[in-house]
Design a protein around this ligand. Sequence first.
Ligand code: ATP
Ligand code: MG
Length: 236
Amino acid sequence: MTLYQLRNLQHRYGERTVLDLSALDIAHGEIIALVGPSGSGKSTLLRLLQFLETPTQGSLLFDGILSDHALPLEARRRVVTVFQHPALLDRSVFDNVAYGLRLRGVPYGPETIMAALGRVGLRDYARVRAKTLSGGEAQRVALARALVLNPIALLLDEPTANLDPYNVGLIEEIIRGHGTTTVVLVTHNTFQAKRLADRVGLLLSGKLIELLPADRFFNAPLDPRTRSFINGEMVY
Ligand SMILES: Nc1ncnc2c1ncn2[C@@H]1O[C@H](COP(=O)(O)OP(=O)(O)OP(=O)(O)O)[C@@H](O)[C@H]1O
Ligand SMILES: [Mg+2]
């Protein structure tokens, strides 16, 4: 089952084409990692998958529906992005996790919030002010805030950049336990892509060079540029 189907998609800022994808299918429940140099279009692609922008040209289907205004709000709301530097409210950890549910008018009890905090190992932090958290703890709160919404798709833009190994490990464990949620993970860490992803794609200058099962991507890529990127030989 295909969750996202992109065809002949181009995205431009002014005269510049920053994404040019002939075809990309993302299946329900898979973890896709996107790697590529800075400026290759990874975050732009996530913004399109989050419906924050509409492709300049071509089509983006979500669950078979064209991602324009026809897409039901309910579906839009179940795609959630977690950014590298999450913006948390100057409130308690509990309130931060509850915020998305309140915004969406979804009824919830305290146990819903506590269960989400449990998934990220922060049950004891419910009453702590979010502003006092470490970077790793804050990122885990951001993940809990996303997970509590029970997303169909979870889009992660460099979720562990600049975090210590302990928190990286915890966050990777949470991602690994994604259940039926489709995950699109942008990472500069090829080892992380190897550890987590079912399929890995390389973006270069807005083009998807190849998207292969992780094992093949790392051991037998078809394109020489993939090998050179993996080996850290690509100069950019
Ligand atoms: N709103 C915008 N207006 C104009 N150009 C933009 C805009 N957003 C992104 N770009 C350009 O599009 C290109 C792709 O940017 P994008 O942020 O998707 O790259 P990236 O792969 O996520 O890079 P990084 O690894 O540094 O985060 C860049 O050249 C960037 O300057
Ligand atoms: Mg980016």
